[in-house]
Design a protein around this ligand. Structure first.
Ligand code: BEZ
Length: 300
């Protein structure tokens, strides 16, 4: 989808503001290597880097990655689809803030890509919309579309229950350390036109599909329908529900190791070579310090 990059950062600063405690859950350590998956314009990527970690921001939007690169030229960013990115180096952690719900095509494929990018014991720490997220906003959209005789809108998000996402993580080779599910009513501080502005910003593709002359009246109706639940004296609220988790990649199931070649008779083994001492921060001493290789559009 096309993102309104400038508005995303200014009007919805809460996406990053609410990420601060998530960063504490990630607890990045100096010299760790961390992926920020769905990094957007790099707001959290720079926070992770500020704690001394080496960080790679990945986002499927070329516009977002370009904005991230120009705002944070000293950091690494790559364009990649979370469903099937592969990366040539192993990471200590994958972090994702308010992005996994956009990766709705095949959530287990995302988990599998994350698993393959992590070293055994590596952490997957994320926050996303959970089941019931934006229920009032979505109900207003669906009702307005129906009232105007439009086909049911196809929503681009995935908002799982904790049980469903936990099952996916466990099936995907993770051990869950924390799974939190909570309401997070959030002020739409810079949405003067309330729910209508929210739709314009987060679901522009829904509006693009309706006849242009209907868009204004349709969004007015969304506002009327959503107002009783979401408009306060102080302004509009969004009825966010958050799923926050921390999981650890189990040892084993190492996708990056090639399957064994067809069996040949065992050759006589030479005596073992002396081993180099371990590297100071847990990375293999033999690892080349080259940039990681992403299989998808590494230069954007
Ligand atoms: C969210 O962050 O929960 C969200 C953002 C845009 C659309 C739907 C949900």
């Amino acid at each position: 989808m096309q993102w309104a990059v400038a508005t995303y950062d200014t009007a919805f600063g809460y996406v990053s503001a609410h990420g601060a405690p998530l960063l504490d859950l990630l607890d990045p350590q100096p010299d760790e290597r961390i992926i920020d998956l769905g990094c957007g314009t790099g707001t959290m990527t720079v926070e992770i880097a500020a704690r001394g970690a080496e960080v790679l921001g990945i986002d499927e939007s070329v516009e977002m990655v370009n904005a991230a690169r120009s705002e944070h030229p000293h950091l690494s960013f790559a364009v990649g689809d979370a469903h099937d990115f592969t990366i040539s180096e192993r990471y200590d952690a994958v972090f994702s803030n308010s992005a996994l719900h956009w990766m709705s095509r095949a959530p287990s494929a995302v988990i599998s890509s994350v698993h393959a990018a992590l070293r055994p014991g590596g952490r997957f720490v994320a926050e996303m919309g959970g089941a019931g997220n934006c229920a009032e906003l979505i109900a207003a959209v669906q009702t307005a579309w129906r009232v105007f005789g439009l086909p049911e809108p196809e929503l681009p998000w995935y908002f799982p229950t904790p049980a469903e996402y936990a099952a996916r993580l466990e099936e995907g080779g993770f051990v869950i350390r924390l799974m939190e599910y909570s309401d997070r009513p959030t002020r739409l501080a810079e949405c003067p036109d309330g729910a209508a502005d929210w739709v314009r910003l987060f679901a522009p593709e829904l509006i693009a599909e309706v006849p242009p002359e209907l868009a204004g009246p349709l969004l007015d109706r969304v506002n009327e329908l959503a107002a009783p639940a979401l408009r306060r004296e102080s302004g509009w609220m969004a009825d966010y529900v958050r799923l926050r988790f921390a999981a650890v990649r189990k040892p084993g199931g190492d996708e990056l190791v090639q399957p064994p070649a067809p069996q040949a008779p065992p050759a006589p083994q030479p005596p073992p070579a002396p081993q180099p001492p371990p590297a100071p921060h847990g990375h293999p001493a033999t690892q080349a310090p080259s940039a990681p290789h992403l299989s998808v559009s590494p230069e954007g």
